[in-house]
Design a protein around this ligand. Structure first.
Ligand SMILES: Nc1ncnc2c1ncn2[C@@H]1O[C@H](COP(=O)(O)OP(=O)(O)OP(=O)(O)O)[C@@H](O)[C@H]1O
Ligand SMILES: [Mg+2]
Length: 275
């Protein structure tokens, strides 16, 4: 099975979490799955910016990224975090390669424009293309690609891409069978209960009732996009539990939330309803 595994920045904070995930990724790769691992930066990035005296601003959950912030993003995402994760997977037994947008131009981006909003997001982009041949060449050699959430623009600039947007778009471009979001909560929560399955209409309902906010709204929108783009299964799972990734990758019960495609009325049903 071809899978995109998105790992939250928060799960890269503790070495134990990184090692637990690395062991599970190794197990999946050894079982013959073609994996693309994409990671976020979250709080580690915000803390680095604070240390550099750069304030963080968000518009619609997206980080406003001026040139200085973008340069720091490249250092933290493509540098520290990417190498930490690729190193842990390699040490767990499956050789992994940390890649970012510029390597073989593997992830291309265009700047994101936002409507109904003052100001610009700066170097924030969305994914427009994936070099699938490059990824295939890595899989053929038994290597696990570990990608940071950056895209290369036609202008030669690197763009910061929300990691959930990137994972969803990449899953669509590489025709992944499954997209797994590993996050720092047990799944999509309704109050303190994990919602086991959600459809498109439920998502809008949760947003309207203010039951989801911030990063989770972006994640659910990304999940919807991936499903609409042909990815068969999207799962949102707490990544800190010992075998959470293996469970999410299996055919069995999903430990967190399954996001399901909107059921389209079949031609017959539509025809029937019109009579
Ligand atoms: N209904 C909800 N259910 C679960 N989490 C929610 C909900 N509403 C808001 N959240 C918040 O969304 C967060 C997850 O999104 P967030 O963007 O912070 O992390 P991520 O996308 O998993 O990782 P990263 O942003 O580093 O890539 C949770 O930690 C939680 O605080
Ligand atoms: Mg997020």
């Amino acid at each position: 099975m071809r899978m995109v595994i998105k790992i939250a920045g928060a799960l890269l904070e503790r070495d134990e979490d990184v090692q637990t995930l690395a062991r599970q990724i190794t197990e999946l790769a050894r079982a013959g799955h073609e994996l693309l691992v994409i990671h976020g930066g979250g709080r580690i990035f915000t803390a680095t910016l604070a240390r550099m005296g750069i304030e963080s601003h968000f518009i619609n959950g997206l980080r406003v990224t001026d040139r200085e912030t973008r340069d720091a993003a490249v250092m933290v995402f493509a540098g520290l975090l990417n190498k930490k994760l690729a190193g842990a997977i390699s040490l767990a037994g499956q050789p992994a390669v940390g890649i970012s947008a510029t390597d073989a131009a593997c992830f291309l981006a265009e700047p994101m424009q936002i409507e109904d909003c003052e100001g610009s997001l700066g170097f924030v982009g969305y994914l427009t293309e994936v070099n699938v041949d490059f990824l295939r060449s890595l899989w053929r050699e038994g290597l696990v690609p570990v990608a940071s959430c950056l895209g290369l623009g036609a202008d030669g600039e690197l763009y910061n891409i929300n990691a959930d947007h990137m994972a969803a778009a990449a899953a669509e471009f590489i025709r992944a069978d499954r997209l797994i979001f590993l996050t720092d909560v047990a799944g999509v929560l309704d109050g303190d209960k994990v919602v086991s399955a959600l459809r498109g209409t439920d998502i809008e309902d949760l947003i309207r009732k203010n039951k989801v906010s911030g990063g989770m709204i972006l994640k659910l929108e990304a999940a919807k996009r991936a499903l609409a783009g042909g990815v068969a299964e999207v799962r949102i799972v707490g990544g800190a539990k010992p075998r959470a990734l293996l469970a999410a990758a299996s055919a069995g019960r999903c430990p967190g939330t399954r996001v399901l495609p909107v059921v389209r009325a079949s031609a017959k049903a539509v025809h029937g309803a019109a009579q």
